[in-house]
Design a protein around this ligand. Structure first.
Ligand SMILES: C[S@@+](CC[C@H](N)C(=O)[O-])C[C@H]1O[C@@H](n2cnc3c(N)ncnc32)[C@H](O)[C@@H]1O
Length: 436
């Protein structure tokens, strides 16, 4: 099946696009190229991988328009958008409501671009009026404000963003609401906020004001332009499901997936809910601490801020001495270094729960894979836990093989400088095949 596709026109197109845009240097590997901005740039985050990586593996796996691609950790939808641009049906799963929403909107090209423009202009006028007369009080509920990163947005830009939301509620057409909300999410992060992105999210220079309404209208204009260009591809099926990818048994049609291209979390100290906190809270996806905790429980355990007493994923790697040895080594190093903080005590546990969660994911995925399905998992090595090297790609490959997958190889995507060890860490693509 794969071989016959390699000679088709579509495969040649995908192959030539992949070759043309393949990055030449390590620094370019993770960048969004100018040619790729349309739709991908509606809303992305620091954790996104680049569209050219998706094209490379679609081409290598020989995926056709008659097949279906899955991204079980789809984040902001890079795999889904790229598949849709190339005419390939796809399915994304994402546990975080903000990024699941972004993926859903980014893969909906059915709305009327002119209608979107008219509606946004009307909303903007009403918002400007509200900002000008200043009579209405725009404030976040206290429980929501408490979970924002301190100083992540100044009062004036916040009021302007809330005025847009109020104007949308008052006069916006529900047909355009989701696209308008996503445009606002982008404005919040890149224009209105004081955030900067390291790889970690942090608060940078505090700005007292920002051109929030103008930036929002500009984001809408870009959306309209992209939708007009891509309207012929709007019919290509893409589906986003807000769900936990460790629990996919009986949720996906048996043997319906021909390829998987994905980047799951890595076992490091990144709190995935912080990266998108501002827009998640202002758009109402997370409203208080309880909801934040419930969300963290649905995520793969990849950092000490989402580890809980009743976590049980580690049981799924009980028969992996390599992972137990690694976790024991991390704990022994902690004792040796006399590190006693609550977080440091959890490093060994994160390591076990992370690989256990990934094992649970890979086990539950099997029933949905068509015979011969190819899979690409982008993961990074880590040394954040007392500088002990965690070879994520190698360990995931071993888990996959124990679950019946064939290991095709581990490709190098790029290297990153480790802040802990000052050495280069590998970011890799674990390439697997489901037998058949
Ligand atoms: C590295 S990011 C993926 C980025 C994506 N490739 C993109 O281009 O935007 C990993 C994603 O996995 C999601 N995630 C974590 N645990 C999950 C789970 N159990 N089920 C589904 N998604 C999960 C996170 O919320 C995050 O968006």
């Amino acid at each position: 099946m794969i071989q016959s596709f390699l000679n088709t026109e579509r495969a040649q197109t995908v192959k030539s696009i992949a070759a043309r845009l393949a990055p030449r240097t390590n620094g370019e590997a993770n960048k969004l190229s100018v040619e790729d901005r349309s739709v991908h740039d509606w809303y992305r985050f620091v954790l996104s991988f680049p569209p050219h990586l998706v094209r490379t593996y679609l081409s290598r796996f020989g995926v056709t328009e008659r097949q279906r691609v899955l991204d079980p950790f789809c984040g902001t939808g890079t795999t889904i958008v790229e598949c849709k641009k190339l005419g390939i049906p796809s399915l994304g799963i994402e546990a975080h409501p903000m990024t699941a929403f972004a993926s859903r909107v980014k893969s909906d090209w059915t709305i009327d671009p002119a209608g979107l423009g008219n509606d946004a202009r009307r909303v903007a006028e009403i918002a400007e009026q509200k900002i000008k007369n200043g009579k209405v009080e725009f404030e976040l509920p206290p429980d929501a404000e408490k979970i924002l990163l301190r100083d992540s947005i100044s009062p004036k830009p916040l009021k302007k963003a809330l005025a847009i939301l109020a104007a949308m509620d008052e006069a916006g057409d529900p047909e355009f609401r989701e696209h308008e909300l996503l445009a606002l999410a982008k404005t919040l992060v890149f224009t209105a906020s004081n955030l900067n992105f390291g790889p970690e999210v942090g608060v940078g220079k505090i700005k007292s004001d920002a051109a929030v309404v103008l930036s929002w209208l500009e984001n809408i204009r870009i959306m309209r332009q992209d939708i007009s260009k891509l309207k012929d591809m709007a019919v290509i099926t893409s589906q986003i499901s807000q769900d936990d990818s460790r629990e996919m048994v009986n949720k996906l049609e048996p043997m319906s997936i021909n390829a998987v291209i994905t980047s799951p979390p890595y076992p490091n100290e990144k709190d995935y809910t912080r990266t998108t906190r501002l827009e998640s809270v202002i758009l109402g996806f997370i409203n208080n601490r309880k909801e934040l905790q419930n969300l963290k429980r649905k995520l793969i355990r990849s950092n000490t801020r989402n580890i809980y007493k009743d976590d049980s994923d580690a049981a799924h790697i009980d028969n992996f001495p390599e992972i137990s040895m690694l976790a024991n080594k991390i704990e022994a190093r902690r004792v040796e270094l006399k590190k006693t903080s609550g977080f440091e005590r959890l490093y060994a546990s994160v390591t076990r729960q992370y690989f256990g969660g990934m094992a649970r994911h890979m086990a539950s995925l099997r029933q949905a894979l068509a015979p011969g399905a190819c899979l690409a998992y982008v993961v990074g090595d880590q040394a954040s836990f007392f500088r002990i090297m965690i070879r994520t790609g190698e360990l995931l490959s071993q888990i996959a093989v124990s679950l019946g997958y064939e290991l095709i190889g581990i490709d190098l995507f790029r290297t990153r400088l480790s802040t802990a060890t000052r050495s280069q860490l590998r970011e890799e693509i674990v390439v697997l095949r489901w037998p058949g």
